[in-house]
Design a protein around this ligand. Structure first.
Ligand SMILES: N[C@@H]1[C@@H](O)[C@H](O)[C@@H](COP(=O)(O)O)O[C@@H]1O
Length: 237
């Protein structure tokens, strides 16, 4: 079942997503949270940072990381998480793929093992302009677990704004697979702005198809989609 909440702006979207974190921690202290990066979840992390929520008994598992970036590279997702969340709200353990792993297969196996050890209670997602979730690009099999991804040119272009120039954007990433994402008990996906409107329409109203990875969420029993009006503008009224 997909529930849709339309909010007036990103700030209200972040506050809405925040209540899901609050509800999980009201049930138990040792929650396993799946976390995301990108500009979209920033208002959620700001709301969490401003709260008195305590994550010291909980774990976090991030969706993805660029291959080749050191953990202290300002564009690595590790750095992003430290800067925007973990320095203010430490978890008992926080896991991200290691973009500098020497042995790719053992890195992938390590990530799958820790996902098996910490079944996710709540996964936070954004959505790419082409409908990707995590770094699962169009055409990715719905059954994959953690894998190494070659980023599409359009994703590299979309993410180039964070780097000095396009050539500095990594070409590969590690990502949780869609199979791993779907195992989370609860999922919230946020999308803000008109650039996401087509992907949002394809996700909610299109066929379930590998061409729009996020459309697979139609098959999950507990998904809430938080949209601003611009991201919702193409939906059938
Ligand atoms: N791997 C991330 C995704 O997890 C994110 O959802 C997407 C959208 O990013 P933004 O929120 O900045 O639009 O971009 C990246 O490619």
């Amino acid at each position: 079942m997909m529930k849709i909440i339309i909010v007036k702006d990103e700030k209200q979207g972040g506050q809405t997503a925040y209540t899901f974190f609050e509800n999980e921690l009201a049930k138990k202290s040792n929650v396993a949270f799946g976390l995301a990066t990108g500009s979209t979840p920033l208002s959620t992390y700001r709301a969490i940072v401003a709260s008195d929520l305590d994550f010291s008994n909980s774990v976090s598992v991030n969706l993805d990381e660029y291959v080749g970036l050191a953990t202290d590279h300002p564009q690595s997702y590790n750095y992003y998480m430290q800067k925007n969340l973990f320095q203010f709200k430490p978890f008992k353990h926080s896991y991200l793929p290691n973009g500098q792993a020497v042995d790719e297969q053992s890195e992938i196996a390590r990530y799958d093992a820790l996902l098996a050890e910490h079944p996710l209670d709540l996964q936070l997602l954004g959505i790419g302009r082409n409908g990707h979730i995590g770094f699962n690009e169009p055409g990715t099999s719905f059954t994959l677990k953690t894998h190494k991804v070659e980023l599409m040119a359009s994703t590299i272009d979309a993410n180039a704004r964070f780097f000095k120039n396009k050539d500095e954007v990594p070409r590969y990433a590690y990502s949780m697979g869609i199979g791993s994402i779907l195992k989370s008990k609860k999922i919230i996906l946020e999308a803000f702005g008109a650039a996401k409107a087509q992907a949002v329409k394809d996700m909610l109203e299109g066929p379930v198809s590998e061409q729009c990875p996020a459309s697979v969420l139609q098959k999950h029993p507990d998904v809430t989609v938080i949209l601003d009006e611009a991201a919702a503008e193409k939906l059938n009224k």
